[in-house]
Design a protein around this ligand. Structure first.
Ligand code: SF4
Length: 277
């Protein structure tokens, strides 16, 4: 079973919840797909065994090889990402915009474009606490190929066994790449109008993907009831509420999961797993 833990808005406690679920389930594969700011390793403390680079292939121009300069212009016109510009007879490459789709090499196959490898991130794996196999992606500073790194982490899901995915925040392409193919999605939110807005977006996205979802309400206990009302009106189960306390906030910031803070949470989290099953 593949379970994704997502949250429309950053800072809702998504990783706190996903790592807490992981230590209760034990012996699963944990994929940290929040590659722009991965932090699940702070909670699960893996010992990394392997590192592998994630690369894309960008074009390098060898204009003197061009049999027909018009082909270079065609390549620039072809690139939908505006990573190529044909200016005063010269082809200019904007590497940061290139997605590595490879299309320009097909448009211009005369050797005037050669492949150049660009490292955009790294994927690490190792063994974490409680028999958890841990895989995490890290986008290289200054690079923008988030989805490529997430796809590489997702490819480590394997064919069998339980997998828990810590998704990036939001409902854009990175979140979609991490969630896609999951059997269930736990949406972590907080009881605020912002939390509700982003929750509603994620519910819409999951509806399009056909993935069932449940909500974990973090920092509950305030007077705002918009999230509960939304869940009730849309038939979305609230799987767990985590009340806001200073101790929970401090312990979470110290890298402690819910069962580390109070073992009584283990039963509640086990009940969440039962409901997901
Ligand atoms: S590989 Fe794709 S994105 Fe990159 S420059 Fe060529 S056409 Fe554009």
């Amino acid at each position: 079973m593949i379970v994704a833990v997502a949250g429309g808005k950053g800072g809702t406690g998504k990783t706190f919840v996903s790592t807490s679920l992981a230590v209760v389930k034990k012996s699963l594969r944990f994929l940290d797909c929040d590659v722009e700011e991965p932090d699940a390793h702070i909670y699960l403390r893996p010992a990394f065994r392997r590192w592998s680079n994630v690369s894309i292939t960008t074009p390098l121009v060898r204009a003197w090889k061009a049999k027909d300069p018009g082909k270079l212009k065609e390549a620039a016109d072809f690139c939908r990402y505006n990573a190529l510009a044909f200016v005063r007879g010269k082809l200019i490459v904007f590497e940061e915009l290139c997605t590595g789709c490879g299309g320009c090499f097909k448009v211009c196959p005369d050797g005037s474009l050669i492949e150049k490898e660009q490292v955009v991130g790294v994927v690490k794996d190792g063994a974490a606490r409680d028999g958890i196999e841990f895989v995490m992606g890290e986008l290289k500073v200054g690079k923008q190929r988030t989805v490529r790194v997430i796809e590489k982490v997702r490819s480590a899901a394997g064919e069998s066994g339980d997998v828990l995915i810590d998704c990036p925040p939001g409902s854009g392409r990175p979140a979609l790449a991490a969630m896609r193919g999951s059997d269930f999605c736990v949406l972590v939110t907080e009881p605020t109008p912002f939390g509700l807005h982003d929750l509603a977006e994620n519910i819409e996205l999951l509806g399009l993907l056909g993935i069932p979802a449940g909500v974990v309400l973090n920092r509950s206990g305030g007077t705002y009831r918009g999230v509960e009302t939304f869940c009730r009106d849309n038939g979305i189960p609230v799987l767990l509420e985590i009340p806001f306390t200073l101790e929970t906030a401090r312990s979470s910031a110290d890298g402690k999961t819910l069962p580390d803070i109070d073992p009584a949470w283990s039963d509640k989290l086990a009940a969440v797993w039962n409901r997901i099953n």
